[in-house]
Design a protein around this ligand. Structure first.
Ligand SMILES: [Zn+2]
Length: 547
């Protein structure tokens, strides 16, 4: 595959890149510590809200992935984070990661031992803490409204206090890059104070996210050369460079990288660790998470997306469902022969996979590849039959490119397979216009030779049908309880054939590991919903049975 047999990294070309650098770069590290802040900085994202249980589950996933540190939240800032740190020791069994509590330096004019935030940090009962301090003159004078000397004392006193309680201290220098360019002398005083007071790692933060990689490279080089202490970085993505900046910083000698799986965070987010980690591990040979766990990054990214209830972006590098999806036309057979010529890494290195996207534009060879991918044997006649069906259906408004689940069922049917989990006799949906706006659905099905009639309520037709169907067949198929709908999209299509508008319904479903999309098209929105729901459940049962 593409990333095998690569020549060993040549340190010399990196170190003495004098042709492109007017400064000397420190040596690139062998390994870096990955610090995930999804549970603290990441949860600042609009629409992202985690219960304490969710937070515990996210932390488990991060540990399973193998990050070095998990920032769990800000104890004392809200009851949720308070509860998280109280429950973590008993309920979290971390095997690779160290839990970190976050807080800020003491307030101006208050003794460290009297400061409430620092008190909460000690009580959080973690081995390590991370505190943030303003490292920019502007923010000290304008936001804190205190003197530069007091800001330096706040940093020093706070670190010293936490060290006296035997805590490992990570020191987040907030607004570091902007502050360094504006008044380097003051910013360096802050870093010096933290270092001398015993901070283990000095973390350079690009809080406004506006810094570009070439500045990161020379500034981080200067700091790494100046400090005999671990230097870390924390980038926000406001200029679209958070991942690039993290890589530039590591190339310049930083050995601690903060960010969030899937790049969560306020505004444009934090550095996306789902891209940063593979870039460092696979492209630069820098150790990040344990190498044999890199293949967990796609499933973990999707699982966490599920926990935070934000649909994963298909185009996300490395881990997105489209990251290795080829909409093949002319090049299909060439891609099949030499995938490595069309993919920047072997997708399985990150637990992802090559996917061939099928649409009516696709030829036989794409369809044959798709069947092969699914392990289905389709002869030439069967293949022609599927191709014809596909064209007819796409003409009616189906769109199989985005409905991999329904496409798979279509291909399976072409081999003569028919789902026999249950048989629909009829369904009925009633929508009540009252205060509760509930929809009621009744489903009549045959499960084996048993006729079952089930009625359920929901907040719409799909929800009500889904609940009724589950009631009817859930007893027969207990695995159904692990399968649930995560998204539902409706689009009205004007077919332009004089038949009026048709409705296209797409349903995303997950079993916690895989996500599949199914489709229904009809002039009747409820009929379209049923088709998509039927495929969704059949696909889920089919794969649950083969597990
Ligand atoms: Zn941040």
């Amino acid at each position: 595959m593409s990333n095998e047999g690569r020549a060993p990294r040549r340190r010399s070309t990196h170190r003495h890149g004098t042709a492109s650098h007017a400064f000397e770069m420190p040596a690139m590290p062998e390994a870096v510590d990955i610090f995930d802040t999804t549970l603290r900085d990441g949860s600042q994202q609009e629409g992202l809200s985690l219960t304490v249980d969710d937070k515990l589950r996210v932390a488990e996933q991060l540990d399973h992935l193998g990050v070095a540190y998990i920032e769990g939240g800000w104890p004392g800032a809200n009851p949720k984070d308070e509860e998280f740190f109280a429950r973590a020791p008993a309920e979290l069994r971390l095997s690779t990661a160290t839990l970190v509590a976050f807080g800020s330096t003491r307030r101006a004019g208050v003794r460290a031992e009297d400061d409430e935030v620092l008190g909460h940090l000690v009580k959080a009962n973690t081995e390590a803490v991370c505190i943030v301090a303003k490292a920019s003159e502007l923010h000290v004078t304008d936001a804190l409204r205190t003197s530069l000397d007091e800001a330096v004392a706040m940093a020093a006193d706070s670190v010293r206090f936490l060290r006296q309680h035997d805590l490992r201290v990570f020191f987040d220098a907030e607004h570091f890059f902007d502050g360094y360019l504006e008044n380097a002398e003051f910013t360096l005083r802050i870093l010096d104070a933290a270092k001398e007071a015993g901070a283990e790692t000095i973390v350079l933060c690009d809080t406004n996210g506006g810094t570009l990689p070439h500045d990161v490279e020379h500034i981080v080089s200067e700091i790494v050369r100046r400090f005999d202490r671990q230097v870390g970085v924390h980038f926000h993505n406001d200029s679209g460079c958070a991942v690039s900046n993290s890589i530039a910083a590591v190339r310049a000698g930083a050995t601690h990288v903060q960010g969030c799986i899937n790049g969560y965070g306020e505004r444009t987010g934090n550095a996306d660790l789902s891209a940063t980690i593979p870039n460092l591990s696979l492209k630069l040979n820098v150790r990040t998470i344990p190498p044999d766990r890199l293949e967990r990054i796609t499933p973990v990214s999707h699982h966490i997306a599920e926990l935070v209830n934000i649909a994963p972006a298909p185009q996300q590098p490395y881990v997105g469902t489209a990251a290795f999806a080829h909409k093949a036309g002319l090049h299909t057979s060439a891609i099949a022969r030499r995938r490595d010529a069309y993919e920047h890494i072997a997708p399985d290195a990150v637990g992802n996979g090559t996917r061939f996207v099928v649409s009516e534009m696709a030829g036989r060879s794409t369809l044959a590849l798709k069947a092969q991918e699914l392990g289905l044997e389709l002869d030439s006649d069967a293949l022609s039959g599927v191709l014809d069906t596909l064209k007819v259906l796409e003409h009616r408004g189906y769109h199989f490119e985005v409905a991999d689940g329904s496409l798979e069922l279509l291909l399976r049917r072409a081999t003569g397979w028919e789902p026999d989990f249950f048989e629909l006799e009829s369904f009925r949906v009633i929508s009540d216009h009252d205060e509760r706006h509930l929809t009621e659905a009744t489903v009549k099905v045959m499960v084996g030779d048993r006729r079952v009639v089930a009625t359920a309520e929901g907040n719409g037709p799909v929800n009500a049908l889904d609940s009724a169907l589950r009631q009817a067949i859930g007893g027969e198929f207990p695995k159904l309880s692990g399968i649930h709908l995560v998204d539902y999209r409706v689009r009205v299509l004007d077919t332009g054939h004089g038949t009026g508008a048709v409705t296209r319904v797409l349903i995303d479903t997950t079993d916690g590991e895989d996500l599949w999309t199914t489709i229904g098209v009809s002039e009747n929105i409820i009929e379209a919903s049923w088709q998509a729901l039927f495929d969704s459940i059949v696909y889920g049962l089919l794969h649950a049975a083969s597990d």
